[in-house]
Design a protein around this ligand. Sequence first.
Ligand code: FA5
Length: 342
Amino acid sequence: MKQKIEELKGRFEAGLSAARDEAELDALRVAFLGKKGEITDLLKGMRDLTPEGKKEAGQLINTLKNEVEASITARAEALKNEALERAIREAKHYNPTLPKKTDRGSYHPITLVARRLADIFSGMGFTVEDFVEVVDDYQCFEALNIPKYHPARDMQDTYYLENGQLLKTQTSAAQNHIMKKYGAPLRAIFPGRCFRNEATDACHENTFFQMEGMMIDKDISISNLIYFMKKMLSEVFESDINVRLRPGYFPFTEPGFELDISCTICGGKGCPSCKNSGWLELCPCGMIHPNVLIAGGIDPDEYTGFAFGLGMTRLAMMKYGVKDIRDFNSGNLKALSQFESL
Ligand code: FA5
């Protein structure tokens, strides 16, 4: 029996390294672990052994089974990452040093992403709203359950104007206006430019785009939120994207979450664009806090809702494989002309 197990192990390993895609891996899984698979056959063969032999063989076969299952899972993960990396390598028309591709004007990648998102959300019954860039303290903070001197203000280093108004730091600043405009129920997205006095690096700019979304109705729950987030990301990336939800704190949500996507530049291995974490913080979200609904004139006993604030500039980086966020605002026509055909 020992010899048989060794021989089977050898054949499995050969099959594993030969598997080039998920279909071949699945065939291997069926051949070894399926109902009529080789490992199941081995288990059946134990019938003829002595009680001592059964015990020993049982342990060996179980160890083999666990190893085979773990190896298949690990290989499946590696194949998925390889496929993603390949897709990014191949999709990379983008290279800021290439000569200008066209003399005609071309759309900015943020515009392309914003249009795609508008298409996706319009198809799901959301209206697309526009909002101003100069707002007041109430819209940007107080209506969002962030009173004066609340420590959450420190997270967004704000450009204040001499007249007391400010450049909006987040698209959430439009939430109150839109709630008052439509009342409940409502479904809306609102893309917009945001400004923060940030030290810039590969993934931080002082001027960047977000896209806010809100859905308010009777019985809206976290499940609705997760459904819409996954649907949006898989449509934008045209494939299933790895996401993770972590608890996040925003005074205007309860509960709040951070939604991260696996970095599509390094395939999750870690690179400067994702600060070597393999994940990119993309879309904070959560259930709208009752105080925010009240400020918007909506009764929280009757309605609930979710909101999200998608980092649209970061999404464009992920989608087009742009390694440095500063390229977007560089005004480099050579680089921007490459997005024409994407
Ligand atoms: C907010 O701005 C919240 N308003 C989002 C929100 C909306 C939460 C609705 C809950 C409900 P945050 O500060 O984390 O959250 O920014 C949101 C996203 O904007 C980030 O995930 C990131 O993708 C993007 N972002 C933030 N700062 C910058 C920056 N300096 N440069 C580029 N992108 C940025």
